[in-house]
Unconditional design. Structure first.
Length: 404
């Protein structure tokens, strides 16, 4: 993968290129960014940049040769301009792009194929190459579903750590460097302590590129031995342009999706799949059932939403969350500071009439909790019925209740 294939993150790309060109490369880097920010694509592009033959020639220029006039003077070197991306065409780049370069190793969460297995990343390398090709911005859930994990818990095992130690103890085959790209070190339990000595005192020209989303879930012993590379969330215009260029989404839809995704390109891709769904109608029906419809209407609505897939349920809750955040902005800052369509602004004004800021914040908290439990396979009917009852109690704390 090339840096140019990574959406946005220009400052991070520049910083990584300067590490190589100014000889400031640490032996262990932690790419830390929230889901959808592009941590894995950046790490893959950086690994390819490191092994690129053209980049290496640029950083180690050949002497210019003896003086034309025969003086005994030191040979000068020609210093070409700094390359900010891999060439993409040399043999090393070709192999890196296909994830088959012999000096770039990969580690990621895996599951047992059958009882008693001791799985390693190498057992799933074919699936990994296909996953990265299809979903470079995918998350851990996408990956585990891709390999048929069902409800099994992914893990980076002790056997995997032993395999990493074995691989990195060998000499490099083609490149100057040996590189390990470890995706989701959050899945590395106490067995990760096996890697401490290797990370702290690695063999010459050995690099660790760790790609994580949640710093607090990484072993502190490993965290303290890495140099942090922070990856910010994407800007809405970057997400919008990527959807238009890469997926031929219309400008209007791309703008709406970029607004809802809040810098998470993975979420933007999920929203894109259901861009035709009218979440506003669904939300209007829910609030009308919650506020004035009574138990029968609420149960009917819950039965309908329970039929949707888990991803659609998450996106619907995210949409409601976004609307409530805009309701608060509308109330405090005015209409010119909200990112809602005209029909959504009318809806937001009605929501502001039946609920105050404190109530809206309480509902946002409940929506976040519901999303968390949906990700963990909660029963949809029970979850949405409980959520409906909670929202009803929150809203009805006001004396005056009107239908939305």
């Amino acid at each position: 993968m090339l840096f140019k294939d990574v959406i946005g993150q220009e400052e991070v790309k520049q910083h990584l290129a300067e590490m190589i060109n100014h000889n400031r490369l640490s032996h262990a880097l932690l790419f830390l960014g929230k889901e959808g920010s592009g941590g894995l694509p950046l790490a893959l592009a950086f690994a390819q940049y490191i092994v690129c033959e053209k980049v290496n020639r640029s950083n180690n220029p050949e002497p210019a040769g003896p003086s034309l006039f025969g003086f005994d003077e030191p040979a000068e070197t020609v210093a070409p301009a700094m390359l900010t991306d891999a060439c993409g065409v040399c043999p090393a780049c070709t192999k890196a792009q296909q994830l088959v370069h012999p000096d770039i190793h990969y580690s990621f969460p895996v599951v047992s194929k059958k009882s008693g297995d001791k799985p390693k990343s190498s057992d799933f390398i074919t699936e990994w190459r296909e996953f990265v090709k299809q979903q470079p911005y995918g998350n851990a859930y996408d990956w585990l579903q891709f390999i048929g994990a069902d409800n099994k818990q992914g893990n980076i095992t002790a056997e995997e750590c032993n395999d990493i130690i074995r691989q990195l103890s060998l000499k490099s085959f083609e490149s100057e460097y040996k590189i390990l790209v470890m995706w989701m070190p959050e899945y590395l339990g106490n067995q990760g302590n096996k890697l401490l000595k290797l990370i702290e005192e690695p063999p010459a020209n050995t690099l660790f590129l760790l790609v994580a989303e949640k710093e607090e879930q990484i072993l502190q012993t490993i965290l303290s031995r890495t140099q942090l590379v922070k990856i910010p969330l994407l800007d809405a215009p970057q997400v919008e342009q990527a959807l238009i260029d890469r997926h031929q989404v219309s400008a209007a839809q791309a703008q709406m999706i970029a607004r809802l995704s809040e810098g998470n390109y993975h979420e933007a891709l999920q929203l894109m799949q259901h861009a035709e769904d009218d979440w506003l109608v669904q939300l209007r029906e829910w609030l009308n059932a919650t506020v004035k419809g009574g138990p029968a209407a609420q149960v009917k609505w819950v039965d309908e939403v329970a039929k949707m897939g888990r991803e659609k349920q998450k996106q619907f809750l995210q949409y409601f969350n976004h609307v409530l955040e805009q309701c608060i902005r509308l109330r405090i800052m005015g209409q010119e500071h909200v990112t809602l369509a005209e029909t959504e602004i009318d809806f937001a004004q009605r929501v502001n009439k039946i609920s105050g800021v404190t109530q809206q914040q309480a509902i946002i908290h409940e929506l976040d909790s519901a999303t968390y439990y949906i990700e963990r396979n909660a029963n949809a009917k029970m979850l949405f019925l409980a959520l409906t009852i909670k929202i009803s109690h929150i809203i009805k704390n006001r004396v005056l209740v009107k239908a939305v």
